[in-house]
Design a protein around this ligand. Structure first.
Ligand SMILES: Nc1nc2c(ncn2[C@@H]2O[C@H](COP(=O)(O)OP(=O)(O)O)[C@@H](O)[C@H]2O)c(=O)[nH]1
Ligand SMILES: [Mg+2]
Length: 240
């Protein structure tokens, strides 16, 4: 059923009526799964585990439709570019490299970035309210106030595009999708992934073959978004 749902998402005409019907269906399906998981956890738990594994694709499908509704209602023409990848791949470093200055915090500590962090580069006005609405259930707070104790938060700050080659772009730094803790913020990562017009999947040379990377790629593949794979942390002396 999930496969046909994904196909339906890709081929369905992008009219608001169709989107709303599909959105209602997906939300209902999620509620049913969660109810069944609650009942099953009192018995064997096998069904629960199977249904839990399906929830990310429903989260993604829900976010995908909400993004298309956002695009229809949004008054701005910003493009969302998201750096996504496993822990320590150099995602925050990549953001800083793209901007040309240190805006995101890179760290040798694994799992340092645990919230979606958006950096908007104008000059046009950005429909900030629409984006905040898209992140329903998440509080928008200043980047300096983000706390690892509250994962239901994100930041979005406007920065000067002067000196960058970015024009009406929101660059998103994201938490990893492969650490033990990643299930706690996976929902947020999928939300940003669905919002994106371009995904920059950043991998390190040690991690590009990890199963988690290929499972994540398989999960987002039905969205059909323009995607670039970047292999980071390569040896500068290695032959090309
Ligand atoms: N050697 C090397 N280290 C890097 C590179 N990119 C990032 N790092 C380092 O790897 C660590 C993790 O980087 P960070 O950007 O925080 O990774 P994130 O967890 O994916 O956001 C930091 O100590 C960075 O300085 C690279 O291309 N080469
Ligand atoms: Mg980071």
């Amino acid at each position: 059923m999930i496969k046909s749902l994904r196909n339906a998402l890709v081929v369905s005409p992008n009219t608001e009526g169709t989107d709303l019907t599909l959105l209602h269906f997906i939300r209902t399906l999620k509620q049913r799964y969660q109810a069944m998981m609650g009942l099953d956890s009192r018995s064997t738990g096998t069904l629960s585990m199977n249904l839990e594994a399906l929830l990310p694709s429903l989260d993604l499908a829900e976010a995908h439709i909400e993004k298309s509704l956002l695009k229809e209602s949004s008054k701005d023409h910003y493009r969302h570019i998201t750096v996504i990848g496993p822990t320590q791949a150099g995602k925050s470093t990549m953001i800083n490299w793209l901007v040309g200055e240190s805006v995101a915090t890179a760290s040798p500590l694994a799992g340092y970035t645990v919230h979606p962090q958006g950096f908007a580069f104008g000059p046009s006005p950005l429909s900030e309210e629409a984006i905040t609405g898209y992140f329903k259930g998440y509080q928008r707070i200043p980047r300096s106030s983000l706390s690892a104790n509250d994962l239901h938060a994100f930041s979005l700050e406007s920065l000067s595009s002067l000196g960058t080659s970015l024009n009406d772009v929101v660059l998103w730094d994201t938490p990893d999708f492969d650490s033990v803790d990643s299930t706690r913020y996976q929902h947020a990562v999928l939300r940003v992934a669905a919002l994106s017009d371009l995904l920059l999947i950043t991998l390190s040379k040690d991690k590009y073959g990890d199963l988690s990377v290929w499972e994540f790629l398989k999960l987002i593949e039905p969205l059909g978004q323009p995607t670039t794979l970047i292999i980071n942390k390569t040896d500068p002396d290695a032959p090309p």
